[in-house]
Design a protein. Sequence first.
Length: 339
Amino acid sequence: MKAIRIPKPMEIVIEEVERPVISGPNEVLVKIKRVGICGSDMHIYHGTNPLATYPRVVGHEVAGEVVSVGETVTNLKPGDHVVVEPIRYCGKCYACRKGRPNVCNELSVFGVHEDGGMREYIVLPENQLHAVDPSLDWDEIVLAEPYTIGAQAVWRGNVEEGDTVFIQGSGPIGICVLKMAKLAGATVIMSDLKEERLAFAKDNGADFVINAGTLSIEEKIMEFTKGEGANVVIDAVCLPSTFALSLNVASVAGTVVVLGFDERPSQIPQLQITKKELTIVGSRLQTYQFRKVVSLLNENKLKENGLITHKFSSSDVKEALTFVEENPDIVRKALIVFE
Ligand SMILES: NC(=O)c1ccc[n+]([C@@H]2O[C@H](COP(=O)([O-])OP(=O)(O)OC[C@H]3O[C@@H](n4cnc5c(N)ncnc54)[C@H](O)[C@@H]3O)[C@@H](O)[C@H]2O)c1
Ligand SMILES: [Zn+2]
Ligand SMILES: [Zn+2]
């Protein structure tokens, strides 16, 4: 079978490799159908993801069809359409014991720390696969993983019906957060620097959008919220400056959700944290959000609605990565199609 491998940064090869086989009773063999290209795949390709090791088969946004199952597998059968939950964890450390295996001490992410989905077949344990209604389009279900990132941010922010949520950044992650925040019953304000991205956010349910390049975010948020501020601020831009801004525009008793991996410090005075009694939380990957996202997909409540802008055949993966790299203004989400 074919596997797409990144042997070292800035290099990509399509190799002929042995098809993986089921070696444990709880394992499942899956034929890959779609893989989404994510910013973190691009970082691994560019050599700018400090956590990745090489050579690596990337791809953690994955949908496929079950081919065969190990003898103790009960929840899946051949022919099922599945999405991959890309985290593997120890089950014993503090995070795992606290129900937060996404930050396990021994966390291994499919397509980052171990080989991922850009190959014709994969074998994974049953608990990393979730069956989805087979009548749904592959293009819809391959977005399950980015939706879980949005679901996690909304859960970490404790977004409740009636809350006003400000999401910074209308890139693919901002849009996934938006969809989940709307489903939670929030009023959502979005920002971006690009009008086209703001228009897309509006098309996907944003109640109010602000161009951060031309307008004062502080003024506009206070205007829209009648001086209250945003009850939950979710930063999907992830710069030191947007982190600092999040605290300025959060309401009293508000929550700030941080998604970024930027190592540079932000200047954050403690006064407003104490005065407004803010809660500041990180949100990384997801904890038990697949079940929820799969239900929403099955109920037709999560639709890609233009989020997928480009599709490439698996034999054109090099062209795909180059295209994504060179056209950040027109690519929202690009997919690799395996037939
Ligand atoms: N914590 C997690 O689990 C997790 C998972 C996936 C992605 N991320 C992070 O989320 C972030 C967003 O991911 P993405 O794929 O949507 O990225 P992206 O680069 O496609 O989107 C970012 C958007 O922010 C806009 N932007 C830039 N500066 C801005 C500013 N000052 N104000 C408002 N908008 C601004 C850009 O125009 C762009 O549309 C990345 O930093 C990524 O690392 C975190
Ligand atoms: Zn991703
Ligand atoms: Zn653990």
